[in-house]
Design a protein around this ligand. Sequence first.
Ligand SMILES: Cc1ncc(COP(=O)(O)O)c(C=O)c1O
Length: 395
Amino acid sequence: MIWYPYTQMKNMDEPLAVERAEGVYLYTNTGRLTDSVSSWWSAIHGYNHPELNEVVRKQLEKFSHVMLGGLTHEPALALSEKLSSMLPDTLDYCFFSDSGSVAVEVALKMALQYDFNMGGKRRVALALEHAYHGDTFKAMEIGDDEDYHFAFPQKNGVLHIPAEIPALEKIFRERGEDFYCFIAEPLLQGAGGMRVYGAEFLRRARELCDEYGVPLIFDEVATGFGRTGNRFVADLVCPDILVLGKALTAGYAGHAVTVANKRIFDGFYGDSERLAFMHGPTFMGNALACSVALKSIEIFERDNYMDKIAHIEKFTREYMSDLCDGRVKEVRVLGGMVCAEVNDKSVLSGYAQFARERGVFARPFLNCMYACVPYVISDGELERVLSAMKEWFER
Ligand SMILES: Cc1ncc(COP(=O)(O)O)c(C=O)c1O
């Protein structure tokens, strides 16, 4: 049997069986549903996309996977070139892995070993309150997510601060020399509650990281490829290490990448084997994943997805502007994300079923009723998603 994620198996609601998916629609055993979650933010072009299908088919005819140890291939080379050219500054050095959590592990390990290679002894990571960086051990440790990781409370070597400039300045003054990295989900903290904060905080973090020699890591696994209304938040403030996943492969394959700048890369580059980065997931650089990622980026750029996202944001803001209910603490809209945070999570009990009856697949969590729609969504389908959210409070 399948052991399903984030759920008590004893009283779990029966999951919907997807028979096929096309565009923004999931065709399930209970009928057609508009996907408001994009398969955990990944399926930015919707499902069963002809161009993405075609590129996978073509690559499949050549080979699906070879290891990157001692071998290389065109899809991985081309993807690394493409990422280098589209990312700012010297974010040019692409380390591939198979999931966002592993890519975060890679980023942390890189930052730690960078310090080691430089002869340092820094052992503390700085992270944000309410951070979520994945479910593997180091990612859990730097996360601050009591709701997900309550069974693993050990937190060695991490300090958490709120995303506020005075707290940031204070902790750097007190402990700045101890940090081997500062890691953040920039602008938008997803699984920790769809929390939004400003770019000024990140700009100040960049200055302080420079002043104290601390590598700045942006975990853009969720925010990358337009979700915040920026292509990457790294376009606004440039980190030393950037982590991308989810939308990287448009929901077609589990893959992620940790991109380092030249300063970090140079810390590993030298005559000694002991300077090398000792990591290598079996499926890193998977050829199917790299091919589909390349095509996905091509479509993203060719079809002006940033304009589509700006339209989704404007439409959503206007549509949700009159949602005013005592049970709603705040409505937040940023790029392709909308969240109605409620005061008490029991308010959302039954909402998934309610949305389903209106033709929408939704998955509220914690105190958050939210949507992260595929960017190809029509106004009519977006309205269907948003009206389900509003009508829940109008019953
Ligand atoms: C910000 C962030 N980092 C890392 C991860 C982990 O990615 P994955 O589920 O691919 O391991 C997630 C997943 O939701 C995420 O939102």
